[in-house]
Design a protein around this ligand. Structure first.
Ligand code: GLU
Length: 510
């Protein structure tokens, strides 16, 4: 029987989660669910200097909002806990020691100043200093002194790091699920630091130890980690552990040009690059949630960044994605981020919402505009029915609930001005016609859209009045412009009294 699928999302809490990180989380989630496996979240906070308060909570909240919460994490099914590396601190030294004892790692005592000097000297000769097989025996390491001497220096409190002893002269031919075979020359790798004398492991050591202890079956992460893959595979080998399978996801590219979409691109390019808003003393970075995107929208557009199911289908629910997702269908080429298309996706999901849900989202906006009877808290069902009706008439033209007010304000307030261009439709004979229209309207008992339309049109036909002569000034009186949904739906909703009042105002003003 093959091993249980266990995949992880392993962010470092160094700030808000970038949308690329969310895509990584999503692909891990989809892969886990597709294979009846486990998706877990591990917080990689070994680099205390880069720790940002609030980032961990932000990550959790983002995944919750999107509906892709992990099965195991801090405080939830802690089968392999703790799920936070700073709380696993005590574990790692033993593994670093194991590597020393098996000859796969060594102590290095070079001071920061000494290393800086090496770097500078190399730079002066137009070279880059790289710490590896070609110079490690000329540097200040345990490889060139006795075990006793090494122990003495450590006991004396000298600062050290533990470095990986990268094997020499090997070509690694590794398999990546997305990229196929990838080759690396070990001679080109540097001897990465695995452990520091402050008692903290580096990312590389902690990541490998934890993936092993937490029984990770597949490592699915961004392409920026591909250069770390040879070291990681070599570490598994040095420990004598079976390595997980690797899949490196394609970069997410800026909407224009070829660069990678970065954290800084966000508000600079006019769209969020974070799932949720992030506030600091320096300002606010906008988030998809606060911009009025539905979580379903974000899931959908992220899923298509680097993956498709081989058909033309573009709209996928999370369940469908779980059903169809296949790592073998993820491409290696970078995927362009398309903020305009994302709005289109939101429109699709907006159209799928029920009118009552949309009305509920819209109600607080209406209440804020001064129509407190639409405040849901007051539970006025009559008003809510009306709001649902309004929403049903205008939603077609909106991408976001936040656009509803501008599309529907005339349902709530009479026009205070009239569109300049549309005024041309107000002619000499218009006031008299509008006066007649008022008489027709006031006679109507059953004031419903279809009935009003039939009666008004009958009146026009009988008196041989052209459609445009009435309909455009009529709309202008009610809306203030020649826009909006079906006119008689507006008439029904604002009611007889208000309709007549608006026509009278137009006659007096225009
Ligand atoms: N902590 C790394 C990050 O911030 C994890 C990379 C990996 O998945 O191995 O993305």
């Amino acid at each position: 029987m093959s091993k249980q699928v266990r995949v992880r999302f392993a962010p470092s809490p160094t700030g808000p989660l970038h949308i690329g990180g969310v895509r990584t989380a999503l692909f891990n989630y989809l892969f886990a669910k597709k294979n009846n496996g486990v998706f877990f979240l591990r917080i990689e906070d070994t680099d205390q200097n880069r720790f940002v308060p609030g980032a961990e909570e932000y990550i959790m909240e983002s995944l919750e909002w999107l509906g892709i919460a992990p099965d195991e994490t801090i405080g939830k099914n802690e089968k392999f806990g703790p799920y936070k590396q700073s709380e696993r601190k005590h574990l790692y030294l033993k593994y670093a020691d194991d590597l020393i004892n098996s000859g796969n790692a060594y102590y290095a005592f070079d001071t920061a100043e000494a290393l800086d000097l090496h770097r500078k000297q190399h730079e002066e000769q137009g070279k880059t200093f790289i710490y590896n097989w070609h110079n490690r025996e000329k540097l200040d390491t345990s490889l060139v002194i006795s075990a006793e001497e090494t122990a003495k220096r450590i006991a004396a409190g000298e600062e050290y790091v533990i470095r990986f002893k990268t094997p020499v002269d090997e070509t690694l031919q590794l398999q990546d699920i997305i990229r196929g075979e990838v080759k690396f020359e070990t001679n080109l790798l540097d001897d990465k630091v695995l452990f520091k004398s402050d008692g903290m492991p580096t990312y590389h050591l902690a990541n490998i130890v934890d993936d092993h202890l937490m029984e990770t079956s597949h490592v699915i992460r961004g392409e920026e980690w591909l250069p770390s893959m040879p070291l990681h595979v070599l570490l598994y080998r040095a420990f004598g552990w079976e390595a997980p399978q690797f899949a490196h996801l394609p970069l997410i590219l800026k909407p224009v040009g070829n660069g990678k979409l970065s954290k800084r691109d966000g508000d600079k390019l006019g769209f969020p690059v974070f799932p949720l808003e992030w506030k600091t003393e320096d300002g606010i970075s906008s988030g998809y949630r606060e911009k009025g995107f539905f979580p379903e929208t974000v899931i959908n557009f992220l899923a298509l960044l680097g993956w498709n199911d081989g058909t033309e289908q573009e709209i996928f629910t999370l369940e469908e994605l779980v059903d169809k997702f296949d790592l073998n269908r993820v491409h290696k080429a970078g995927a362009k981020f398309d903020p305009e298309k994302n709005k289109w996706f939101n429109h699709q999901y907006l159209m799928k919402q029920s009118d009552s849900d949309l009305a509920e989202d819209f109600a607080p906006i209406v209440a804020e505009k001064g129509f407190s009877s639409f405040d849901c808290a007051q539970g006025d069902t009559l008003e809510m029915t009306k709001l649902e009706k309004i929403v049903s008439l205008i939603k077609e033209r909106a991408n976001f609930v936040s656009e509803f007010w501008d599309l529907s304000d005339f349902f709530f307030v009479a026009p205070t001005s009239y569109d300049e261009k549309a005024r041309k439709n107000w002619k000499e004979e218009t006031p008299a016609l509008m006066q007649e229209l008022i008489s027709v309207l006031s006679e109507i008992a059953d004031f419903t859209s279809v009935n009003i339309e039939t009666i008004v049109k009958d009146w026009m036909t009988k008196n041989e009045i052209g459609m445009g002569k009435v309909m455009q000034p009529f709309r202008l009186s009610l809306v203030g412009a020649l826009k909006g949904p079906h006119l008689f739906d507006i008439v029904e909703l604002i009611g007889k009294e208000e309709t007549i009042k608006r026509i009278e105002t137009a006659i007096a003003t225009l």
